[in-house]
Design a protein around this ligand. Structure first.
Ligand SMILES: [Zn+2]
Length: 252
């Protein structure tokens, strides 16, 4: 059985140890998204060191205020690296509002333009900003992934129609997440990915602990229960989706 983790911030963890534990648990295939300039070299380095790790580069909406022309030029430069398979993490976050809304939107648009220019998927963070996000993505012409998805099935379907994939994190296992489980249950199986968002959002029964890619199996188990299929099939489908979206080949 082979699992993948579409979103793990291994720049914020002991990457090599966490990867070794994950592989022991059957997880082979990881995307490490950078969230700011300081993060980019680390994300690319992990990907260069490991055959089953790829990087994404961009500015998290919290950091959007620091994404000036010079900083974005560095994102563009890093995006050309062969191990960089996606643009992000970027998006909108109106919950914390660490950067002004207009800045977040402008920076997101820059990332979308870059993703389209390079024909790479975009990794989207969205929190309490769904109306603006859907409006932007629907007319963007970009493809990509809604990471740690928490919205409803109707919104997911709209974005799936435009070429997006939906990635579920450990939130799917939280006791309070009945609405999200109802959403995951009805989505097309060929458009769903799994992730940890390491070191955040550890799934049940590890909630409150530091998350790591090995725990992505708990998200897959939840999907297997919702979809009424074996864990093996969920592993195979989400791994195929990972390979299709990021256009990577997962060896042996
Ligand atoms: Zn993230």
């Amino acid at each position: 059985m082979r699992f993948t983790d579409s979103h793990c911030h291994l720049t914020m963890a002991d990457a090599d140890a966490a990867l070794a534990r994950a592989r022991e648990g059957g997880v082979h295939g990881f995307v490490v998204p950078a969230t700011k300039l300081d993060d980019i070299a680390g994300a690319v380095a992990v990907a260069q060191r490991h055959d089953d790790v790829w990087a994404a580069v961009g500015f998290h909406p919290h950091e959007a205020k620091d994404c000036d022309d010079a900083a974005f030029a560095e994102v563009e430069r890093a995006a050309d690296e062969p191990r960089v398979v996606a643009i992000g993490e970027c998006g909108l976050d109106y919950h914390y509002m660490h950067s002004p809304r207009e800045t977040q939107m402008a920076v997101l648009e820059r990332h979308i333009d870059l993703a389209k220019r390079l024909d790479k998927p975009i990794i989207i963070h969205n929190r309490e900003s769904t109306a603006d996000m859907v409006a932007i993505l629907e007319r963007s012409g970009a493809r990509g992934i809604l990471h740690s998805y928490t919205e409803d099935a109707e919104t997911a379907r709209k974005l799936i129609e435009r070429g997006f994939y939906i990635s579920f994190s450990g939130i799917l296992t939280f006791r309070s997440a009945d609405a999200l489980r109802a959403c995951a249950k009805v989505l097309p199986h060929d458009r769903v990915l799994i992730e940890t968002d390491t070191p955040f959002l550890a799934p049940v029964p590890f909630r409150g602990r530091e998350n790591e890619p090995a725990y992505v199996v708990k998200v897959a188990e939840q999907l297997a229960a919702l979809w009424g299929m074996g864990l093996e099939e969920v592993a195979a489908r989400t791994t195929a989706n990972f390979a299709a979206l990021f256009r990577v080949i997962l060896a042996g």
